[in-house]
Write a protein that binds this ligand. Structure first.
Ligand SMILES: Cc1cc2nc3c(=O)[nH]c(=O)nc-3n(C[C@H](O)[C@H](O)[C@H](O)COP(=O)(O)OP(=O)(O)OC[C@H]3O[C@@H](n4cnc5c(N)ncnc54)[C@H](O)[C@@H]3O)c2cc1C
Length: 317
């Protein structure tokens, strides 16, 4: 029976929700096999985490090379699994790591690649939003095993509980994949807030914060949201670049995006306009971001946000 491979997506040792999103879109095409690449001794633990989404099989490969040799080792093993299992397609999360693995895998397996898909049909036609989200492209890979990276939060995941069969494979990592060595890794900052691309709610601040993100953060915390920022705010050094939303930052697609003191430049919209609902707080009623708002508040964010935070806290049980 034909199958689609998805690369199970982990943040540290924790399976990300993106895995269920990949499985949901993959299940339209064929039976889903999740590939788990784990450090030595952690295979069972990592495989057990793959418990939600329409996943039938899990393939586990343990190797410390995934840490030591990074993307090259992951691509090498995935290529070996392609040879072994002849899947109809391989789907990978569209973040920096996923896209690099996918690119290398496409070269190794002599296959076509599509990155940043926001949807894939049962006959493997991928949808991409390009030119800052202004143009929708439908395309299909015509050569090799289609390798497609899918943007996190683009697909509504089927979170059914599953008990997939688990197959453990032993694989040697090719010498070519060991030529570069990861010498140090900086773990992401622990902020106690959800990861930006994974969060259900994102509250972002722009130049209108004038460098003071206190009200934005307090509002985000009252909602259990992640904090984002426009490039004006990150370039000014007001918030870390890792939180930048937009064309040259991260793409988010949460249930609710709150834009505070952000004008709505095309490059910012490119990273947030697929959000399910958009709330805008801006003191200029002519700000272009109101064009894509579902709810808008014309006002000073330093007045509106504290009142909104108070209101939300008061309604919490
Ligand atoms: C190649 C390229 C790539 C880019 N990539 C990105 C990207 O990835 N992400 C990104 O964001 N930008 C990006 N930009 C920059 C983008 O063009 C804009 O310059 C930027 O998004 C503007 O940020 P902003 O909306 O915070 O600031 P501004 O455009 O200055 O808007 C500030 C807004 O805050 C409002 N405001 C001011 N004070 C208050 C207050 N007290 N209360 C409420 N509202 C207030 C104002 O009315 C205004 O609408 C890119 C640009 C280029 C050329």
């Amino acid at each position: 029976m034909s199958n689609v491979l998805i690369l199970a997506d982990f943040i540290g040792a924790k399976l990300s929700r993106t895995t269920a999103e990949l499985a949901t879109v993959a299940a339209r095409i064929a039976e889903v096999t999740a590939v788990v690449l784990a450090p030595v001794g952690k295979g069972s633990e990592y495989a057990a985490a793959v418990s939600h989404g329409p996943i039938t099989n899990v393939i586990v490969v343990e190797s410390d090379s995934f840490t030591t040799h990074g993307v090259a080792a992951s691509a090498d093993v995935l290529n070996q699994i392609i040879t072994l299992k002849a899947p109809s397609a391989v789907l990978i999360a569209s973040h920096a790591f996923g896209k690099e693995v996918a690119g290398r895998l496409a070269v190794k397996s002599n296959s076509g690649i599509i990155t940043d898909a926001v949807d894939i049909s049962a006959d493997l036609i991928a949808t991409q939003l390009v030119f800052g989200g202004s143009t929708t492209v439908h395309s299909k890979i015509s050569h090799g095993v289609p390798i497609i990276t899918v943007r996190p939060n683009s697909i509504t995941p089927d979170l059914q509980e599953v008990h997939p069969t688990i197959e453990t494979l032993t694989m040697d990592i090719g010498e070519n994949a060991k030529k570069s060595v990861v010498t140090s890794v900086q773990p992401p900052e622990e902020g106690g807030r959800p990861e930006l691309t994974e969060a259900d709610i994102v509250v972002s601040g722009g130049r209108g914060t004038n460098g003071d993100f206190t009200a934005v953060e307090a509002f985000a915390d009252s909602l259990g949201a992640a904090v984002g920022a426009s490039r004006a705010a990150t370039d000014a050094g007001w918030y870390p670049h890792t939180h930048q939303v937009g064309q040259t930052g991260k793409t988010v697609s949460p249930q609710l995006y709150v834009a505070c003191g952000i004008s709505g430049a095309i490059q910012h919209r490119a990273g947030m306009q697929t959000s399910k609902a958009i709330l805008v707080i801006n003191k200029d009623p002519e700000a272009p971001i109101f064009e894509i708002a579902d709810f808008g508040v014309v006002g000073d964010l330093f007045t509106v946000l504290p009142k909104a935070t108070e209101g939300i806290k008061a309604r919490k049980p």
